[in-house]
Design a protein around this ligand. Structure first.
Ligand code: BES
Ligand code: ZN
Ligand code: ZN
Length: 504
């Protein structure tokens, strides 16, 4: 997919196809007057049901693609536009149309951004393991941008960086565990740090983790012949010398912590076979985190951002943690391992401690943490838990603007007693409300005075059917919201960034 952004007016295009979004009043605003009239004249006299999904018609010798943009329930207008663009790009590629013109001179910047993302999503395929690889036809999209030309060019550059990060996250998540061990993941992170200006990396292996007392992480990872690693990546965009876009500096330090279980068998509390293959995606939190910091550094966002990747494999071996074992976490609390399948919260407890050690003011952790979250909210909405109103509003608002839905869940103290153990300070399972208990467990390891959001992406990270702009597998969910959060934090304080959302 190639984007060519030009100023010229619609109706005079040399493209082989024109793109119009019809059927919804709200989208007619993105058409230029010429284009609108041209389509209207053809549409006159046609009944509403003519356009199934996408239809081609000849207008003055030019194929015109109509996208059914009728409002679907629950889909925001920006997302709707993104889905229409995605379908258009897929269809144009299948029909081998070399150049498609999009009349967007009247589009708002956020509408264009959504369209550009939608077009790019159509390019993704994960065919590394297919013996026969199908080449897809490359379409050039000519964006008629009128007076927005310069602005849209800038947006297109940002979208390209964001999409590169999304593709990175999806590829990591879709790769089977045998080909993406914790050590392989470390190598990927090292390569990214090497080629991304301003990004530094620190890697701790199991020996180092043990020496420093990150025993939650070690307890989970020691059962596997593929040992665990903790990776800390740092970027400081508040230093003008790095050529950042900073005209002011933020004192905030955002630390993103990602659950990186390259595979989760459940350990000795073995998972049933049906739910196991999907556990190649149990490192989605770490993949999303790595992707986000890569983009944040590439975009030179004027913020201090770090990323902590908690990489391990939850496997069965003669060194696997035994149910009933007790360890001391990095922050000094003792934990009894009641269920070896509740391993994510154990590695994250040490990830949160690391975030505190490197001076986080704000922590966002991402984890495919609980099956309970999948049952509660499904694949379309991620639940999150937050101890700070400004951060909570920012997560929801950034998500909404990126077409990623987040729902605020309670850190309900009534369930805290369920985490108490007879011998140790805590056990790693609660008695009720699985997703809330997991969040309450994590809160026990939160460094003092830190704003914190825990995003449980168990349902949204990976889909087992076609959904929006994903065929099957990793969605890349969360990458855009994290980038947007850093962008807004870098542009001002979090309370300014959180906008006017009322309902948290
Ligand atoms: N990785 C799983 C959670 C998960 C389930 C992610 C489905 C994606 C899809 C996690 O490690 C897990 O197994 N959690 C247990 C915790 C329980 C034993 C307290 C769960 O949710 O069943
Ligand atoms: Zn598990
Ligand atoms: Zn897990």
């Amino acid at each position: 997919m190639k984007l060519n952004i030009i100023a010229k007016e619609s109706g005079k295009s040399n493209a082989q196809a024109l793109f119009f979004v019809k059927k919804s009043v709200q989208f007619s605003a993105i058409l230029t007057e010429d284009g609108e009239k041209q389509v209207e004249s053809v549409l006159n006299g046609m009944s509403d049901g003519v356009f199934e999904d996408l239809e081609f018609l000849e207008i003055d010798g030019v194929a015109t693609i109509f996208v059914n943009a009728a409002k679907e329930r629950g889909i925001s207008s920006l997302d709707h536009l993104r889905m229409a663009a995605y379908r258009l790009a897929q269809r144009a590629s299948k029909k081998q149309i070399p150049v498609v013109s999009l009349m967007l001179a009247d589009a708002a910047p956020e509408q264009f951004k959504s369209i550009a993302h939608g077009l790019a999503y159509a390019d993704y395929k994960f065919d590394a393991y297919k013996s026969i690889k199908k080449e897809s036809f490359q379409v050039t999209f000519e964006i008629i941008a009128g007076e927005h030309t310069a602005e849209f060019k800038k947006i297109a550059e940002d979208v390209a960086v964001e999409q590169k990060a999304i593709v990175l996250a999806k590829n990591l998540i879709n790769t089977p565990a045998a080909d993406l061990t914790p050590a392989d993941f470390v190598e990927r992170a090292r390569t990214i740090a090497k080629y991304t200006d301003g990004l530094t990396i620190k890697v701790r292996d199991m020996k180092q983790l043990e020496k420093e007392g990150f025993m939650g992480h070690v307890t989970v990872g020691k059962g596997s012949s593929r040992p665990p690693f903790m990776v800390t990546l740092s970027y400081d965009g508040t230093k003008p010398a790095r050529g950042s876009r900073a005209d002011r500096t933020s004192a905030d330090h955002l630390v993103i912590v990602g659950k990186g279980l390259c595979f989760d068998t459940g350990g000795l509390c073995l998972k049933p076979p049906k739910s196991m293959p999907e556990m190649i995606s149990d490192m989605s939190g770490a993949a999303t985190t790595l992707a986000a910091i890569q983009a944040i550094a590439t975009l030179k966002i004027p913020m201090k951002v770090s990323a902590v990747l908690c990489l391990a494999e939850n496997a069965i071996g003669n060194m696997s943690v035994l149910p009933g074992d007790i360890f001391t976490a990095k922050n000094g609390k003792t934990v009894m391992v009641d269920n070896t399948d509740a391993e994510g919260r154990l590695v994250l407890s040490d990830g949160l401690a690391e975030a505190g050690l490197i001076g986080a003011t704000h922590i966002v952790d991402l984890a495919t943490l609980t099956g309970a979250m999948v049952r509660a909210l499904g694949y379309a909405v991620a639940g999150f838990f937050c101890n700070d109103d400004d951060l909570a509003r920012a997560v929801i608002n950034c998500g909404e603007d990126c077409c990623e839905k987040f729902w605020s869940m309670p850190l309900e103290e009534e369930y805290a007693d369920g985490l108490k153990d007879k011998f140790a300070d805590l056990k790693n399972t609660g008695s009720d409300a699985g997703a809330i208990s997991a969040a309450l467990f994590l809160q026990e390891f939160l460094p003092a005075d830190t704003a914190w959001a825990h995003l449980d992406i168990a349902g949204t990270a990976f889909v087992d059917k076609k959904w929006k702009y994903t065929d099957y597998g990793a969605t890349g969910f969360g990458v855009q919201t994290l980038i947007e959060l850093a962008r807004r934090m870098g542009a001002g304080s979090l309370s300014e960034a959180c906008g006017s959302y009322e309902a948290v």
